[in-house]
Design a binder for this molecule. Sequence first.
Ligand SMILES: Cc1ncc(COP(=O)(O)O)c(C=O)c1O
Length: 264
Amino acid sequence: MAHLAIAGGEPIRRTPFPRWPFWNHEEVEAVQAVVESGRWGAQQGGEVRRFEAEFAAYQEAAHGIAVTNGSVALKLALTAAGVGLGDEVIMPGYTFVATATAALEIGAVPIFADIDPYTYTLDPASAEACITSRTRALLPVHLGGRPADMEAIMALAQRHNLVVIEDAAQAWGASWQGRMAGTLGHAAGFSFQSSKNITAGEGGGMRIMSWAGTIASASSTVPFSGSSCAAIPCSSPSGRPTRPIWSKRCQKSPASRRYARTHA
Ligand SMILES: Cc1ncc(COP(=O)(O)O)c(C=O)c1O
């Protein structure tokens, strides 16, 4: 057996990893143009809308809505799905804390299932064992860009009439069986926080996926309520009246989730 490089073996990599983040004059000029315009608000220029459209297209989803960060995206996705006080949301025990706080912040209860020891993502069998009469949603996490077993998770959701929100914060550009992460469940959240594959520094813009019926109201309602998030419709979870839920809850929320032109 070959020796590890640390023990005198041949290193598999001889060049240092590139610096992070990458940027060039295009980013600098784009930020400079917004700053010098004196019109910094999200709705005072086309950057946010363009970013939403381009990101959604890249992820092969129909729509995107940018919000302040990945945590808010997950929270909005859960809220839009009708998850609320006392509802149980099943998620992997191994993830970033924001997966759980997204549920807690809307009064839902995070339930931690085991992870698959080979993929470190949500184990569908363990998730099934966690289902109770209070379970409303599954929240698989595509950890480190590795998608969870979405085939098994979607089958499980269908059997128990659950909504599936993908935590795709770490999975920009990842795919599962030829389909892009974030289009596999009913909604998803991405993060552009400083450690992510594309980043806007802190307060990363993000997207949530939403299902077809909600997008018209989502795009018009969310900025109205002081928000700017990204919704990307994919499929419709059976029988859930998502449109009124989204509109009502987003309009009730007093918090601003707007995304900045400089970030976009
Ligand atoms: C798995 C996971 N979920 C959620 C988040 C929350 O994203 P944000 O920091 O943009 O709120 C992150 C990243 O920080 C994450 O890694």
